[in-house]
Write a protein that binds this ligand. Structure first.
Ligand SMILES: CC(C)(COP(=O)(O)OP(=O)(O)OC[C@H]1O[C@@H](n2cnc3c(N)ncnc32)[C@H](O)[C@@H]1OP(=O)(O)O)[C@@H](O)C(=O)NCCC(=O)NCCS
Length: 274
């Protein structure tokens, strides 16, 4: 693998010169992206100490892919598409259920038991076992979504491709992300957390403890917590405004499922979208 990483780094040095005619470069990059597609490698992973390591050479491979591929037109019935990347295939063999209208790009990984309602999963993203990606949810490039997560209808998980060393969005195992939340720019939702509908989370948004008023950090929701969208007062020369923040209103016991998330697990077990 080190050899493959070194070859990608070498190609990255000359990215500006690459064209779709470079068959050798194309084969190297395809090999790397294929490993992402099969889940053998991942763009980012969190160690036991909680720190996230980004394998930026894999992100570089994805970026290089766009220099090495030509736009191709494909047709499905009355639909026409013009894109550089193919879509994922062999869902039944991977143990993944994909409702009509969903698409996942080649180079994303969907673990066994994933359900995709009409939704979108971009290249480099990884979706863990038994996770439900509900209707109109989007999983942006390189986002790392854990196991048994529910991304509710309309959730927007941002893609983080550039710069290559930027940390992607991370949603840890057993999280419920409520409808229409936006989690972007490398934000992180800790294990077992519940994010109320319509929450915006990015690395500039303060996360505040409702019991103490303490700012717990920015862009990171603590594990086993219930967090909702709230507003904080802010003075500007032009007047007083209310900017969004995320308020932690409740703590769950480790391993505890919020009652609203429990219902959700039942629906998922039956393979039905909420
Ligand atoms: C966050 C959530 C889990 C809170 O549920 P809960 O722990 O039962 O808490 P409550 O409903 O008692 O709400 C607590 C307070 O937060 C407020 N609140 C609840 N959800 C909120 C949200 N999404 N945004 C802002 N405020 C919210 C309530 O108005 C209430 O305020 P109050 O104390 O002044 O009455 C729940 O409201 C939620 O958003 N679940 C996600 C639902 C979802 O998207 N499901 C997907 C399929 S439909």
């Amino acid at each position: 693998m080190e050899d493959l990483a070194a070859r990608i780094e070498e190609l990255w040095e000359h990215a500006g010169e690459l064209t779709p005619a470079d068959a050798e470069a194309s084969a190297i990059v395809t090999e790397a992206v294929d490993l992402l597609d099969r889940g053998v490698l991942r763009v980012a992973e969190t160690g036991a100490d909680g720190t996230t390591v980004v394998h930026d050479w894999l992100k570089k491979a994805i970026l290089l892919l766009f220099c090495l591929r030509e736009v191709r037109t494909t047709e499905v019935g009355p639909f026409e598409f013009a894109d550089k990347l193919p879509l994922k295939k062999d869902f039944a063999r991977a143990g993944v259920r994909v409702a009509p209208g969903a698409s996942a790009r080649w180079g994303s990984y969907l673990a066994p038991g994933v359900v995709l309602m009409p939704s979108y999963v971009n290249i480099g993203a990884r979706v863990g076992e038994q996770t439900m990606v509900d209707t109109w949810a989007t999983v942006g490039s390189c986002a790392q979504i854990g196991a048994r997560v529910h991304l509710s209808g309309g959730v927007g998980i941002g893609g983080v491709l550039e710069p290559p060393n930027a940390v992607p969005v991370i949603v840890e195992d057993d999280v419920l992300v409520g409808s229409r939340c936006m989690v972007t720019q490398g934000a992180r939702v800790g294990r077992g957390a519940v994010l109320g509908e319509g929450t915006i989370l990015n690395p500039s948004i303060p996360v505040v403890d409702a019991d103490t008023g303490e700012e717990l950090g920015r862009g990171v929701v603590p594990p086993w917590s219930v967090a909702i969208s709230a507003a904080r007062r802010r003075e500007y020369p032009g007047g007083e405004f209310f900017l969004p923040c995320v308020l932690v209103i409740r703590r769950l016991e480790e391993g505890e499922r919020h009652d609203k998330a429990r219902l959700n697990a039942l629906l998922r077990a039956h393979g039905v979208s909420a």
